[in-house]
Design a binder for this molecule. Structure first.
Ligand code: FSO
Ligand code: SF4
Length: 545
């Protein structure tokens, strides 16, 4: 196996024996094969479109889900991948029959395998997988784009689940996957395609933002309880708001409480979700602490997306998955995007469980997405003008297991008191319980929501640029110090680059999939940099004053 798609990749170079995430070599091969045949299917859909033929929404959603399923920590169930490869081949073969011209299709589009053995053999062949591209710069850019598309697929899937589609994005995704099979594309072509992927990222996050806010209202300032109640509970993790809504509806009046976990915390900020009185709080922290926290929760846990940590036997039978998430041996709740799911098995399970053990008490505050911040704009602008707020620090992104990530807690603590952190994603758990205080009533940690709500942070920056009459977003007093872990953070990064944001600091380490030459391109054109010690970075960011 060879996988280097996430920040925790072995030795900061690549997982080759087993994934640090728990992914086996067999599973890694199947994920590579799924990406390969999805590129093949995309070549066929792109050719069909070029011939003026329609491609159904079901195919677009299927391709989106294929990509999402291969994101870090989303799905650990080999059988799901055998099935998805097999379904991909079936769709593709049916669509090939509709092509007028089926000459010059790539191996990815013409290969077929009917049995698990054939799939395993193909997965291990030299055509499939990251190392199939020999040139390290071409490989680096192909993977950067692939991971960006994986991140985009997650956001599109959530929008699709709420009935929102934007066909141009599906067309872009599929034509780009096809281009990744094209050996005639140069480094320059792929750099350009990387920025186009960033544009699609902005559009994808905008689509999801519209889907979320139209369906559930605009996030508003909300205090979220981090203690527990006396009833048995169901813990909902991941990012899919339509899943938690359906569960909230189905648990109403049952005496079961619903808690959010990790990236589901922002569900509390939406008027149409916070209205449920049995949505009682947020339990625990970021994804990587789940082994201890799922143990003490006592009730069933619903994983709606990543990040799954392979569960311990002691609580595995309480873990349920749905959507793109999966784990062999855990019950999967079926249901296509946009359909009603039946959560009765989880609800019945919860009734047999003890209430959660309280692991902390108090409240955290959030809900500072664009609409809420715009409502406070006068206050924020006054604070900047009066000098009460000197700088904003965008610390969006992900949390993770690496000890080096304590940097972000220490960094937040060391920040001057006249600074405000803008955050989104699970990175916030490194500092959202520190009680950093407020500046004239504006909390020093403004949480916009999930990682895709980084879109809100970009809108806020653009609004500030407008209010202060600046010509360039980089003239704002904003520092970008982003923590990444998996592929959704990659599309957020590409989106920020597309929006023209410069000098982003990325940590705790730079991606292993960036070759030295590709890193140089990013450094020269965008001023991308890593992080140093907290002390050095404090000097770097604040010493000029
Ligand atoms: Fe975190 Fe996991 Fe939201 Fe990611 S829970 S790490 S970037 O899936 O998507 O922030
Ligand atoms: Fe390794 Fe990350 Fe790939 Fe898992 S997803 S195998 S930890 S690089």
């Amino acid at each position: 196996m060879f996988c280097y798609q996430c920040q925790e990749t072995a030795g900061c170079t690549g997982c080759t024996k087993i994934g640090v995430c728990g992914k086996s070599p067999e599973l890694a091969g199947l994920q590579d094969l799924l990406i390969y045949v999805t590129k093949g299917l995309s070549q066929v859909t792109s050719k069909l479109r070029a011939e003026g033929k329609e491609v159904g929404k079901n195919i677009n959603h299927f391709i989106t889900l294929n990509l999402f399923t291969t994101i870090t920590n989303a799905n650990f169930d080999n059988d799901i991948f055998y099935n998805r490869v097999s379904d991909t081949l079936e769709y593709k073969n049916n669509l090939i029959k509709l092509l007028k011209d089926n000459e010059d299709l790539s191996d990815a589009a013409v290969w077929n395998g009917a049995t698990k053995e054939e799939m395993d053999q193909k997965a291990a062949s030299k055509e499939v997988g990251v190392l199939a591209t020999a040139n390290e710069d071409i490989r680096s850019l192909r993977e950067l784009i692939t991971y960006g598309l994986k991140g985009l697929s997650a956001y599109l899937k959530h929008a699709n689940a709420l009935g929102y589609d934007k066909e141009e994005l599906d067309i872009f995704m599929q034509s780009t996957l096809t281009k990744l099979l094209d050996d005639s594309l140069s480094v320059d072509d792929l750099v350009a395609l990387t920025l186009e992927t960033g544009k699609a990222g902005v559009d994808g996050m905008a689509l999801l933002d519209t889907a979320n806010t139209t369906t559930y209202g605009n996030p508003e300032i909300t205090k979220v309880n981090i203690g527990v109640g006396k009833n048995p509970g169901i813990l909902v993790s991941g990012h899919d708001l339509s899943d938690i809504e359906q569960l909230l509806i189905q648990t109403e009046g049952t005496g079961i409480d619903v808690y959010t976990h990790s990236e589901m915390l922002p569900a509390h900020y939406y008027p149409q979700l916070k209205k449920y009185t049995h949505l009682v709080g947020n339990y625990g922290n970021a994804w990587w602490k789940q082994k201890e926290e799922f143990e003490s929760f006592h009730g069933p846990i619903l994983m709606t997306t990543n990040c799954i940590v392979p569960p311990k036997d002691s609580y595995k039978e309480r873990v349920y998955t749905t959507g793109a998430a999966g784990f062999a041996g855990c019950k999967h709740i079926e249901g296509e995007a946009g359909t009603e799911k039946d959560f009765s098995a989880i609800i019945e399970h919860a009734k047999r469980c003890a209430p959660p053990v309280e692991i902390e008490t108090g409240e955290i505050i959030g809900g500072f997405a664009h609409n809420q911040v715009f409502a406070l704009a006068d206050k924020v602008v006054d604070a900047v003008k009066s000098g009460a707020i000197k700088k904003f620090i965008v610390m969006a992104g992900c949390d993770g297991r690496a000890k080096s990530r304590n940097y972000y807690t220490d960094f937040a603590k060391a920040l001057p008191k006249d600074t405000v952190i803008l955050t989104a994603g699970c990175a916030k758990y490194k500092y959202n319980k520190l009680e950093l205080g407020d500046i004239g009533g504006i909390p020093r940690v403004l949480d916009a929501g999930q990682c895709n709500d980084s879109y809100s942070l970009a809108l806020i920056a653009l609004k500030l640029k407008e209010v202060f009459g600046l010509s360039d977003v980089n003239q704002l007093p904003i520092i970008y110090n982003i923590a990444w872990y998996e592929q959704k953070a990659v599309i957020v990064l590409l989106s920020l680059l597309y929006l023209g944001v410069k000098n982003i600091h990325l940590g705790p380490t730079l991606p292993a999939f960036l070759s030295p030459n590709v890193t140089s391109v990013l450094v020269e054109n965008f001023g991308i940099a890593g992080i140093q010690s907290v002390e050095e970075d404090m000097k770097l960011f604040f010493d000029e004053e």
